[in-house]
Design a protein around this ligand. Structure first.
Ligand code: ATP
Ligand code: MG
Ligand code: MG
Ligand code: MG
Length: 438
């Protein structure tokens, strides 16, 4: 992409309405725009990041055996009356009527709809286990939408739903999602710690929230600091094998949100120098809720003994759009964003430090064409801004690698590679630079 042809509305001023750094940087870098309280348009740079996060979430859900489908954003109120949640959900639910005065709602979550789909088709234990997910916009009329995309009213969520014949099988499904979540967040460059959590309006008795530690987070958390250094399973993890050793390792050290925190146990189990009491951002949550929805909505399957039983369910959410903000909270410095490579909107930025000079133009064109042809996402800053402005823009938008092409270096046949994450620099020839990223 040539910057002169791209749409990157960078703000010079720091927006006053933004209270936290990720919100400020997203606005300054032209990633999104507020259209109404808690409702955002995703501008091209932000949209590229959102899509990358979505792709990682999808790959890890698929790897763990979950199956993607797509449910609508609008749902019938009657469906929610079946589970009893239409009245219970309260003012966070956006209720709508169509021209026939039929009551609808904009889905805040999808337990009811997926249960309705499941019960229409699945009648036998032989079809289980089953885990269905989608990545779809949700609406919750939050009392205090704030911090930009971190607490929006309209937001993108991945939500998966597992169906099993009994509690033991459901716990295996829960464990698969637990491990998939460890991998998902680690691939995004995040340390997201699974912490024991309250189940809230979803119901049930087993739940973990995945929390990224950050002072600006809205949840209070308590954990043993050793949990921050536990290893994450590799891509070769066997989801059909025994995952209990991984789960055991990640759940035996104390880690809990303030809602379920047990101070006496914390003091007993965690030595004083290992106690971490801080704040964090909830980027995902997993629940086992047993027969809560299958009882009320009659999702029954015939078991191996020939009798009908309600299925045991779990649900598994990831805040896809919230993650864009959470990653920035974790990855930035005073000059701007430092994207981890897997989610970056572009992998490499080529900065022409003397636009219009024959040698720099030729070297930049060569790099841009060769890298693009090799499938590398390149942003070529071909504007007539001065070098200082180009450095500032590249640092602000956080592209992981910058290739600086200036007349001084080129006189010696060299360009400079800068790594955004640590500022380290290396000189190499144009050909070497081109090969370096292919
Ligand atoms: P919170 O405690 O932040 O209100 P929640 O517990 O109500 O979140 P869940 O029902 O667990 O949210 O939804 C799954 C995930 O969706 C959350 O872990 C979070 O990452 C994301 N999420 C929830 N509400 C919002 C929101 N208003 N804006 C952006 N993401 C959200
Ligand atoms: Mg909430
Ligand atoms: Mg929560
Ligand atoms: Mg939650």
């Amino acid at each position: 992409m040539r910057l002169t042809r791209f749409f990157l509305p960078i703000l010079k001023e720091t927006p006053k309405e933004a209270e936290i750094v990720s919100h400020r940087l997203m606005l300054r870098a032209g990633m999104m725009r507020q259209e109404a309280a808690g409702i955002y348009a995703w501008l091209p740079l932000g949209f590229r990041v959102l899509k990358n996060i979505e792709r990682i979430v999808r790959e890890e859900q698929d790897r763990a055996g979950a199956i993607e489908l797509l449910m609508p954003t609008l749902q019938l109120a009657d469906l929610w009356r079946e589970s009893g949640r239409y009245d219970a959900y309260g003012p966070e639910m956006l209720r709508i009527a169509d021209r026939h005065k039929r009551e609808l709602l904009y889905g805040p979550t999808n337990e009811e709809m997926i249960t309705e789909i499941f019960r229409a088709y699945v009648k036998s234990y032989r079809s289980l286990p089953l885990n269905l997910y989608h990545i779809q916009w949700k609406f919750r009329d939050e009392q205090r939408p704030r911090f930009g995309v971190m607490r929006g009213r309209e937001f993108l969520m991945k939500d998966a739903y597992s169906f099993d014949i009994d509690e033991a099988a459901a716990r295996l499904s829960y464990n698969r999602m637990f491990v998939a979540y460890l991998r998902t967040f680690a691939r995004m460059g995040l340390k997201a710690i699974p912490m024991r959590a309250e189940t809230g309006p979803i119901g049930g008795d087993l739940s973990h929230e995945f929390i990224v530690l950050a002072e600006t987070g809205e949840s209070g958390v308590f954990c043993n600091k050793d949990v921050l250094d536990l290893p994450v399973p590799g891509a070769d993890v066997d989801y059909d094998g025994d995952l209990t050793p991984v789960i055991k390792q990640w759940t035996e050290l104390y880690a809990a949100t303030e809602d379920v925190h047990d101070e006496a146990r914390y003091e007993k189990e965690v030595p004083a120098e290992k106690r971490v009491n801080t704040r964090g951002i909830e980027v995902g949550q997993i629940f086992y809720f047993g027969t809560k929805y299958s009882d009320s909505m009659k999702a029954l399957v015939v078991g191996s003994d020939g009798t009908e039983k309600p299925i045991h369910g779990g649900s598994y959410g990831i805040g896809v759009s919230r993650l864009v903000g959470a990653i920035i909270e974790a990855c930035h410095d005073e000059n701007g964003i430092q994207w981890p490579e897997e989610v970056a909107p572009f992998r490499v930025a080529v900065l022409n430090l003397k636009q219009g000079a024959a040698d720099t133009d030729a070297a930049c064109e060569k790099l841009y064409k060769e890298l693009s042809a090799a499938g590398v996402d390149v942003l070529y800053d071909d504007t007539d801004q001065r070098p200082g402005g180009k450095f500032a823009t590249a640092d602000l938008i956080g592209i992981p690698w910058q290739i600086l092409v200036g007349p001084k270096g080129l006189a010696e046949g060299k360009v400079e590679i800068k790594k955004r994450a640590d500022g380290s620099r290396e000189m190499m020839s144009v050909d070497e630079a081109s090969r370096h990223f292919q």
